[in-house]
Design a protein around this ligand. Structure first.
Ligand code: TXA
Ligand code: MG
Length: 306
């Protein structure tokens, strides 16, 4: 059900959940200090309570009363990248951030999203938690149809069309004087090179500090293979410039435009299920740098069944 920005702000203030657009993916919003509404998000998404939520604000000043101390480069990062697809995990003042938001961790995740409608709503409601607007484990929602497919027509939605970037924010974590990338995202690691040289990268195999990266994620029902098929009858996800022996080729986009590939990635994965395709083979021959690294990581995760 579509609602206006005004209706969304009123609904959120009275404890309701509303799906809001951001520049990355859609989120399901609730007031961060409304315990009941936050619990309802976990129930609706079927999300484990141990997976904490990102607190979204419209102004960096809203964060300072919630956090403990001032990590190096916080202001620099905030000035350079907010509003935008960057999430920062910061140590918090425990009584200032409800435990269910942060899964009882001593830190919380913060972001200022870059979307005029959602910034307007945030300026009226104050801080909102906003996990991606998908059933837990499925590809994130990049348009209202994806939200309706997962949750039906009863959830209130502010329509922002298709999201600009199509892939989630990059998450940085400050620990013992170092910033680390916990989740690859719409900002590639190269984006941070001018600001500090300490970022370490997430490992796909090693246990990381980002609880969300332990769960099945971004997965369609279809089985995904990270190689090209030998049979001609299979579905292939590939690039428009290339020839494939398969008869059923679906395009991820161009090998020259990772931004467009990222923007359409979740829609391409969701479309497999919509068209009842049970198995697809992916052309993984693309660069290992920049946004391609995020795309590769999402495809690897999407192909994992657990
Ligand atoms: O682009 C985005 O970040 C989108 C839009 C809606 O803003 N949101 C999003 O939220 O992707 P979600 O809940 O789907 O992913 C948040 C990730 C999870 O992997 C979670 O484990 C991690 O952030 N996270 C949240 N708080 C954390 C904390 N205190 N420490 C470590 N990881 C945390
Ligand atoms: Mg998510």
């Amino acid at each position: 059900m579509f609602v206006s920005e005004r209706e969304a702000a009123l609904a959120l203030s009275s404890g309701d959940l509303v799906a809001l657009p951001t520049e990355t993916v859609y989120g399901i919003a609730a007031k961060f200090d409304d315990e009941n509404a936050v619990n309802n998000i976990f129930l609706l998404k079927k999300r484990p309570q141990s997976n904490p939520l990102i607190i979204h604000v419209s102004d960096v000043q809203d964060i300072f009363p919630l956090i403990e101390g001032r990590p190096d480069y916080l202001e620099t990062l905030a000035t350079k990248f907010w509003p935008g697809p960057l999430t920062l995990i910061l140590p918090i003042i425990p009584h200032a951030v409800p435990a269910n938001v942060r899964a009882c961790l001593p830190t919380a995740a913060f972001r200022i999203p870059n979307h005029p409608k959602t910034l307007n709503i945030l300026s009226k409601t104050g801080p909102l938690v906003m996990p991606s607007a998908n059933l837990s484990g499925k590809p994130s929602a990049t348009c209202p149809k994806h939200i309706q497919d997962d949750f039906g027509n009863t959830l209130k939605i502010v329509d922002g069309g298709h999201t600009n970037l199509g892939i989630e924010s990059t998450i940085l974590y400050y620990h013992k004087g170092l910033w680390k990338i916990l989740r690859r995202g719409a900002l590639p690691k190269e984006a941070f090179q001018d600001y500090f040289s300490h970022t370490q990268e997430p490992s796909m195999t090693k246990k990381t500090l980002c609880p969300g990266t332990h769960y099945k994620h971004y997965s369609p029902k279809a089985t995904l293979h990270l190689n090209l098929p030998t049979k001609t009858t299979c579905t292939v996800l590939g690039f428009i410039e290339r020839q494939y022996p398969s008869h059923n080729v679906r395009f991820l986009g161009s090998e020259n435009t990772p931004k467009t590939v990222a923007k359409n990635l979740y829609n391409t994965l969701r479309k497999l299920d919509e068209d009842h395709i049970e198995e697809a083979f992916i052309d993984m021959h693309f660069p290992k740098t920049g946004l391609w690294e995020t795309i590769r990581e999402r495809l690897v995760r999407a192909s994992q069944k657990i």
